[in-house]
Design a protein around this ligand. Structure first.
Ligand code: AMP
Ligand code: MG
Length: 336
């Protein structure tokens, strides 16, 4: 299969919508990361997403809408009042709610669950694409399963070349990490995956619980609420070690443990440890979110075998950065 990358102009968005209507898969930008989209109602089309990514069948897809009126009985069987309240505040945006699914959403889309994740993205290309398709779009991140999510079209092409026909290029993603995923629980929400809609922001609307799987490993035997959390995720080929502590202790640790295949992942160039090569992922949580996945991919390209990463703060969107880098590190944290 030939894969073409097209600039996200109206003409090409229309072309991409035709490809989706024919039952095929398209790579497209959202404000979080790039997605691989297909008609959420079309079982065969959705299966092609799982094939293209090599994604386990029990890992559900998020269904994307472009209008509140699409949150109807075609997608969900009921919508609690709190869901409307949250939608009003956080949609369109990087926010996904798990709701009871309708019969029209096939079980392939929901990974066999009786619930479905719904998101209304703010990215204009994504919205226009969904509108032109006239159906909700099921879309996971556009990477090969397990590797870091793509935040630009070049990275989608790298992973999906020969696997999907079209990629829409809408430039760099604004957020850089996947959406916040919540399920509704009593009069509040439980965060299953942190994102740019933070715990602090949600707390202004209702009580918030952070699921145990956000910050620690879920034992294989345990029944997870968010299937995506049980897989090795967001990981480069290199081994990542999260080094937690002040800069001076980080430097000392790196000097003592580095060899010729070690790279550093720093907040800032000033933190550089003498001869050791590095990538930088930013001082602020927002910059770290935007840059993390691209930095991990660059480290692989540069031949890193082992990465000593500075450990991010967990406030605001920092919790999402920490959650992703912790999984990239396979929960390997060293306190210095
Ligand atoms: P991705 O599309 O790659 O960003 O992954 C979507 C993630 O959202 C999945 O891995 C799940 O962890 C979560 N998710 C989607 N749908 C559901 C659902 N119905 N119930 C629980 N978690 C879900
Ligand atoms: Mg993903």
């Amino acid at each position: 299969m030939i894969t073409v990358v097209l600039k996200a102009l109206d003409l090409y968005i229309k072309f991409a919508s035709e490809i989706i209507k024919e039952g095929n898969v398209v790579g497209f930008p959202t404000e979080t990361v790039y997605g691989l989209g297909a008609n959420a109602f079309d079982e065969n089309a959705v299966r092609k997403i799982f094939e293209a990514k090599g994604r386990p069948a029990d890992n559900p897809l998020i269904v994307h809408i472009c209008d509140m009126s699409m949150l109807n009985s075609d997608i969900v069987s009921s919508v609690p009042p709190l869901a409307y309240k949250l939608a009003e505040k956080f949609w369109p945006g990087p926010f996904t709610m798990i709701l009871p699914k309708s019969d029209k959403i096939p079980s392939v889309t929901s990974g066999g669950l009786d619930t479905v994740g719904v998101r209304f993205p703010s990215n204009e290309t994504a919205q226009n694409l969904i509108r032109l398709c006239g159906v909700p779009i099921a879309a996971p991140s556009a990477n090969l399963s397990g590797s870091p999510s793509p935040t630009n079209a070049r990275r989608v092409y790298q992973d999906m070349k020969g696997r999907i026909p079209v990629i829409l290029d809408g430039g760099e993603c604004e957020v850089g990490l996947e959406s916040t995923v919540v399920c509704l629980e009593g009069d509040g929400v439980r965060i299953l995956r942190p994102g740019a809609v933070t715990k602090e922001m949600l707390s202004e609307v209702c009580p918030v619980t952070v699921d145990g799987g956000v910050l620690s490993e879920v034992p294989e035997s345990e029944n997870v609420r968010s299937p995506g959390m049980k897989y090795r995720h967001y990981a480069p080929k290199a081994e990542v070690i999260l080094v937690k502590g002040p800069l001076s202790a980080y430097r000392k640790y790196v000097e003592e443990n580095a060899d010729e295949t070690t790279f550093c992942l720093l907040f800032d160039v000033d933190e550089k440890v003498d001869w050791i090569p590095y990538e930088v992922y930013g001082d602020s949580s927002g910059d770290q979110a935007r840059t993390l996945f691209e930095a991990l991919r660059k480290l692989d390209e540069r031949g890193a075998k082992r990465i000593f990463a500075r450990c991010p703060d967990r406030d605001g969107v920092g919790l999402a950065v920490y959650n992703r880098i912790l999984r990239a590190a396979g929960f390997d944290v060293v306190e210095v």
